[in-house]
Ligand binder design. Structure first.
Ligand code: 13P
Length: 340
């Protein structure tokens, strides 16, 4: 295991102002995104869309890494430059989603567990050859008011995450460990905090048991937030405080960075929450973003699958990247929305 390389890649992804663009939607997920703008999902439309994202001039100022999907890692720009090389040439580190999705956990109704460990060692070796320097695995934790997730469901997901992370480090890839407690449901922010803390405790215990080097990984958690259907939605400051309290209790200071998922928050909320946390800094780790929807929703809306909207789509991406870059330093203000 090349410890120095793992540490330097992990640190570079969360360097000053920087975070991650999650562009690793699986086939069914990108189809859902394209359906929302009436664009047919074909290999070429997916390739073109990702090319628009990756060639937006200036994203390298705030994007330290991009997470790709298997198909995208193997695709190229119009000029024939493989995407991993195109990104690396711009100083952006290419990464790869390696899990194969969350499935129902047998005999535990309501719990899910993520699959994809079989053959992972071989896949990681190939991904590294294709240019990936980090990887991502998402565990999905559904939540209800009382019984879900079960203690065993949490343990099963933590174990899979740790096995994946250890295989990544063995292969020279930085693992982004993503245990996502979903914001679906009517639970309050307190319930989200309790479950997120349980999940993170279990995850770090398993990572430790699997000998994963904390300095050579990144954590991609949910923010602590009320369920979407909850009648009492917490304010920005409350979300920031609850999230930091939860993470400070559970995430070792040796981890170089936290890169939050957006999880269905609006682009503005995701930026605002990130900003509030950084305004309360410094924290033991870099506090950054690894947003999918919160970076791409405005891009899809501007693009609409039309070539003559490409410049507007790239401007929308740059604007979101820029605002999140400011939020990394606690210098974002909601009044900046719409000013671009
Ligand atoms: P969202 O920011 O849209 O939640 O996506 C991040 C991600 O990578 C989910 O696995």
């Amino acid at each position: 295991m090349n410890i120095d390389e793992l540490k330097s890649v992990a640190n570079a992804i969360v360097a000053e102002q920087k975070g991650v663009l999650a562009a690793d939607e699986s086939g069914p997920t990108i189809k859902k995104r394209f359906d929302s703008i009436q664009v047919e999902s074909t290999e070429e439309s997916r390739r073109r869309y990702r090319e628009i994202l990756f060639t937006a001039d200036g994203i390298e100022r705030t994007v330290g890494g991009v997470i790709l999907y298997d198909e995208t890692l193997r695709q190229s720009s119009r000029d024939g430059i493989p995407f991993p090389r195109l990104l690396a040439d711009r100083g952006i580190i290419p990464g790869i989603k390696v899990d194969q999705g969350a499935k129902a956990l047998a005999l535990y109704p309501g719990d899910k567990v993520t699959e994809g460990l079989d053959g992972l060692r071989e896949r990681l070796a190939e991904y590294r050859q294709l240019g990936a320097r980090f990887a991502k695995w998402r565990a999905v934790i559904e939540i209800d008011e009382r019984e879900i997730p079960s203690t065993f469901g949490i343990r099963a997901n933590a174990h899979a995450l740790a096995r994946y992370a250890a295989l990544c480090q063995e292969a020279g890839l930085v693992p982004i460990v993503e245990p996502e407690v979903l914001m679906d449901g009517a639970h309050g922010i307190e319930r989200c905090e309790t479950v997120t803390a349980q999940v993170l405790q279990a995850v770090f215990a398993e990572l430790d048991a699997h000998r994963v080097l904390f300095e050579g990984m990144l954590l991609k958690p949910n923010m602590v937030i009320a369920g979407k259907k909850c009648l009492r939605q917490a304010g920005v400051q409350e979300v920031a405080e609850a999230t930091l309290r939860c993470l400070r209790r559970t995430v070792p200071a040796a981890v170089p960075g936290i890169v939050f998922l957006s999880g269905g928050q609006s682009a503005e909320d995701a930026t605002d929450h990130l900003n509030a946390m950084n305004a309360m800094g410094p924290q033991p780790w870099e506090v950054s973003f690894s947003y999918g929807r919160a970076l791409q929703a405005p891009v899809l809306a501007a693009w609409q699958g039309q070539e003559n909207n490409v410049a507007a789509a790239q401007t929308a991406l740059l604007n979101r990247c820029h605002l999140n870059g400011l939020a990394r330093a606690g210098k974002y203000d909601r009044a900046m929305e719409g000013a671009a």
